[in-house]
Write a protein of this length. Structure first.
Length: 804
């Protein structure tokens, strides 16, 4: 974008005065941010209009990414970066006596997601625009994002996150694009004049207005600006009379009021399914409206539209598209079904049974009577068609409706043409195990798309020091083609480069240490090893295994205060679902251990524990560049992919991992010398589950080192965890340790010991860090998205795009 510093300063001052009626010098950080954001939105608006006009004119095939969650992070700097004016604006701000970073921190981080799945959706939105693909996001504009986490006395407390409090400069409300979403009502059929066709009458519905708010998704230096459309529930205009009581009005607003805080665990709540239908229906309606303007035959729908559903949360898009094609557009069942299947594709993000969405039949029949009929018919035809081919048993096992429940994964698979897992191992497990019945029926639907991350946010924005060092060492090609970062490998034995890398890491660790000092009053040594585990709190992710290791070091130092142990800072960031009692107990335990150890003078700062409050995208940007070790220690077979593993690797952290999810592919890329692997393999875990011979009590009895650690949980050593310590002890020792922590403990300690040894050899460690950075290119979400585009969506980057 052609733009110079002088011009920017003039524009900024003008914008500020226009908005606030005084000079920018007197403004608050928030006002200074709003003025800048507003100016930036104005700068890409022409490209935004141009992009949409182009797609329409060329009748370009477009993909719509349906996701219940998006976690974009702060957008100011990423927009500036992608527009190519970050440096110019930084300079201009500085000239005016302002610090861009400080101003940027005034933006509230939109937490419209829980964790991996939501952040993946946002990396994908960036990559779709940046590779020059015609794509759109479709989701919900929650009034309140994921709760704000506070620790009080070590316990997690949840507070409402009012992310819209200071105005959202990026969104544009599009009232004229609103649609009506209908709930409840009565369905009847009438024979209508002449053609003998059955017409559906759906009356007495509760009608909700869905109003879209659009946010630009700016591509990286390519002039493309795509759209993320988030829907908000409102009372239909002119229908105020029907919503006369406060209660009725509240009910409407409630639909998009708050994001469900469950991650990898589903709750069968009515409001949740209302949300799911609300944004699925609104999205489908606006897609159909667009398609009709193209004036093409309905059979061409799949040639112009691809709809991708992010997990099963938007699965009702399938029967909703059927409903519109059948009831409103008059297509036959077979026509509508062909179109729907060819249009929709589905990503699975979990094999955990407790995360699989199943809705009570009566809930759907009451809430969505017509959709319910369509699901029944899809199910009936599925059974009819598959029973003669595969027999009664197999077809019943794949039924959508069974035991009074509707299985959303089954509907998603049957109603789509593509089913993908998110890492090689995960997809293999889906095919061999979790979804094996479907794999037998539809082998051609199954495919893998290993997740990715955008290095634009996770390196260029989060780690400016590393970015500058890379530019200096290998040039700038890696910024537009992430694989090119492999050139760095040529410098693996270059002492100057290795030292430079160490300096970069140290600077980032100092930056984080300053934050920790300021916000938490904990002093940490930036030369210590920073050991990082940042992800949602879940038993299968095994934050507790990390805790056992910490306690082992604690005991070593208690026994021998001069033990030759590497100084470490253990950094945790994690939210627990408010209803997940065990996860919250683990939070309390970690906080209590932190308090005990951080304040024990005999430990002499050899161990520090930092559990940051309210972990999210912005904190991740601060922590990840400062990490030495990346903890990826889930029980093998349980973590579908993981994505923090990729972000940490890209920033030169060394992975400490089980062979789970994408860790396997990370190992394949960096090689065994540049990663620490331990623990059961996924097939070994499967085998234990099948033959049931694991006995954790036995391990406890026979391993004195481990026994001593576990006893700390119940002997009063850790203050304030009487209940938590006992419950956690019992889960591991008495209730057979569902996630095999005790089984993997020895291997984990060994790997941690090796990490200590490696860290003490600075050249060796720096070389490992370099090799990780240099091997991270293949995990760019740009490549992931190009594979989705090529193999699933059948769309090509715009001509002129370097990816075309
Ligand atoms: C479902 C129904 C009702 C309420 C909540 C939910 C719900 C919400 C969020 C279920 C699951 C989620 C989130 C799942 C998730 O984040 N999965 C992660 O996805 C990442 C991206 O593919 C993977 O890297 C992680 O391995 C996976 O755990």
């Amino acid at each position: 974008m052609a733009f110079d510093v002088q011009e920017f300063k003039k524009e900024y001052q003008k914008k500020f005065e226009e908005l606030f009626a005084y000079g920018y010098e007197a403004g608050s950080k928030t006002e200074q941010y709003i003025a800048l954001g507003d100016l930036v939105r104005g700068l890409y608006s022409e490209d935004w209009i141009q992009t949409i006009t182009e797609y329409n004119k060329k009748k370009e095939k477009q993909v719509y990414y349906f996701s219940m969650e998006f976690l974009p992070g702060r957008m100011l700097k990423s927009n500036l970066l992608n527009m190519g004016i970050l440096d110019c604006v930084k300079q201009g701000m500085e000239d005016m006596g302002l610090d861009l970073d400080e101003v940027a921190r005034a933006e509230v981080d939109p937490a419209l997601g829980n964790g991996g799945l939501g952040r993946l959706a946002s990396c994908f939105m960036d990559s779709i625009a940046s590779t020059g693909l015609a794509g759109n996001g479709n989701g919900i504009r929650y009034r309140y994002g994921l709760f704000k986490q506070k620790f009080i006395n070590g316990y997690q407390i949840e507070l409402p996150e009012n992310w819209l409090r200071n105005r959202n400069v990026w969104e544009v409300r599009k009232e004229n694009k609103a649609v009506i979403v209908r709930f409840g009502g009565d369905v009847s059929f009438t024979q209508e004049d002449g053609d003998g066709r059955l017409r559906v009458r759906h009356e007495n519905t509760r009608d909700i207005l869905a109003v879209p708010y659009d946010t630009a998704q700016v591509g990286y230096n390519n002039g493309i600006v795509n759209n993320l459309r988030l829907w908000s529930a409102e009372i239909p205009y002119g229908d105020e009379a029907r919503f006369s009581t406060e209660e009725q009005r509240e009910e409407v607003k409630r639909i998009t009021e708050v994001l469900y805080p469950d991650d990898s665990n589903y709750e069968g709540r009515l409001l949740r399914v209302q949300q799911e239908y609300f944004f699925s229906s609104a999205g489908i309606q606006s897609i159909v409206r667009y398609f009709k303007r193209l004036n093409l035959d309905w059979s061409l729908f799949p040639d112009k539209i691809a709809i991708h559903i992010n997990d099963t949360h938007p699965t009702l898009a399938i029967p909703e598209l059927m409903r519109i094609l059948l009831d409103e557009e008059g297509l036959t069942w077979d026509q509508a079904w062909e179109i729907t299947k060819k249009t929709v594709s589905y990503t699975n993000h979990t094999i955990l049974q407790e995360a699989m969405e199943r809705w009570p039949e009566t809930m759907i029949s009451d809430l969505l009577p017509r959709i319910y009929q369509i699901i029944q018919e899809i199910n009936r035809r599925h059974i009819d068609k598959k029973t003669p081919l595969y027999g009664e048993e197999l077809s019943q096992r794949t039924a959508i409706i069974a035991n009074g429940q509707i299985k959303m994964a089954n509907l998603a698979i049957i109603g789509s043409h593509s089913v993908n897992g998110v890492a090689r191992l995960h997809t293999d497990i889906l095919m061999a195990d979790t979804l094996h019945d479907f794999y037998v029926m539809y082998p051609q639907k199954f495919n893998n798309k290993t997740n990715g991350i955008t290095q634009r946010r996770w390196v260029q924005i989060a780690n400016e020091n590393l970015t500058a060092m890379l530019d200096e060492t290998i040039g700038t090609e890696w910024k537009s083609d992430p694989e090119e970062i492999k050139i760095l490998k040529a410098h693996r034995d270059n002492k100057m480069v290795l030292d430079k890398l160490e300096q970069v890491k140290l600077a980032n660790k100092k930056r984080f240490a300053a934050y920790v000092e300021q916000e938490m009053g904990i002093e940490i040594d930036p030369t210590a090893l920073f050991d990082v585990q940042i992800k949602r709190l879940h038993a299968y992710k095994r934050q507790l295994l990390n805790v056992l290791h910490i306690l082992d070091r604690y005991l070593q130092l208690k026994d021998n205060p001069n033990a030759n142990l590497q100084k470490r800072v253990f950094i945790f960031g994690a939210k627990a679902a408010p209803s997940y009692y065990y996860a919250k107990q683990i939070i309390k335990l970690i906080n209590s251990i932190a308090y005990l150890i951080n304040n024990d003078p005999s430990i002499k700062d050899k161990i520090k524990i930092v559990f940051v409050e309210n972990y999210g995208v912005s904190l991740a940007e601060l922590i990840i560049p400062a990490a030495d070790i990346s903890e990826q220690i889930s029980l093998a077979g349980k973590e579908a992919s993981g994505t923090s593993n990729m972000k940490l690797m890209s920033n030169g952290a060394i992975t400490m991992a089980t062979l789970d999810g994408a860790n396997v592919e990370i190992r394949d890329n960096v090689g065994d010398d540049n990663i620490f692997i331990f623990g059961l393999k996924s097939d070994e875990v499967q085998e234990y589950y099948r033959n049931g011979v694991y006995n954790s009590r036995d391990v406890y009895d026979k391993n004195p080192r481990l026994k001593r650690i576990l006893n700390l949980l119940i002997d009063g050593t850790i203050p304030g965890v009487e209940t938590e310590g006992r419950d956690i002890f019992d889960s591991l020792v008495m209730y057979n340790d569902e996630y095999f922590l005790l089984k993997d403990f020895d291997g984990y300690l060994q790997a941690q010991y090796e990490a200590d040894v490696a860290f003490s050899d600075r050249d060796r460690w720096n070389r490992m860090a370099l090799m990780n950075i240099a091997s991270s290119g293949p995990f760019s979400s740009d490549y992931t998205i190009l594979r989705y585009a090529d193999e699933i969506w059948k769309i090509k980057p715009q001509s002129g795009s370097k990816f075309n």
